[in-house]
Design a protein around this ligand. Sequence first.
Ligand code: SAM
Length: 185
Amino acid sequence: MEAQQRVCPWWLGYTFINPLRKYQHNPDEILAQHIKPGMQVLDYGCAMGYFSLHMARMVEETGKVHCVDIQTKMLKNLERRARKAGYSNIVSSMLVGENYEPQKLEKQIDFALLFAVVHEVPDQQQLFNEIYTMLKPGGKVLFAEPPGHVKPGEFEVSIAKALHTGLTISDEKPALKKLTVILTK
Ligand SMILES: C[S@@+](CC[C@H](N)C(=O)[O-])C[C@H]1O[C@@H](n2cnc3c(N)ncnc32)[C@H](O)[C@@H]1O
């Protein structure tokens, strides 16, 4: 379990933003069905913002992307990339242990992305409780884990923690087939 919860090193963040990743994780295929202009969305465990910048494009000027990570270097790089892409006014970043305060976003979030992060979080129940707090009624979560790192049984245990908060499994079919689920409040 200890190994499962190790935080990925910050320098690995550069591999997550490799443009070739779109052939494995196409942001439009994965996210476009869930994100509309004007939405408030959350990218928890955003790293250097592979998904965050696409989310900013999708919510447009009237929406907001709230990005959370536990590593400063990830967020600094995300902020630089957001500035370069012209999304500084849409993307905001929050560091766990510093300015991440889920209560301030209570019932604000339309859509939350938890992509390849939950297995790194020591207290998954607390994370899902926070996600539940931040979601609007009817808000959605896309929860996906990397099949190479997380076993199906471990994914099921995490889902049980999500359901314990009151989230339910949606009928919507996620674009990714393995270790992915859509949850709703
Ligand atoms: C494997 S990376 C995935 C990054 C991103 N979601 C993606 O798919 O490109 C996991 C990220 O979660 C962050 N992370 C790990 N534990 C965290 C925690 N407790 N709270 C917030 N972020 C965390 C790591 O720093 C890292 O940036």
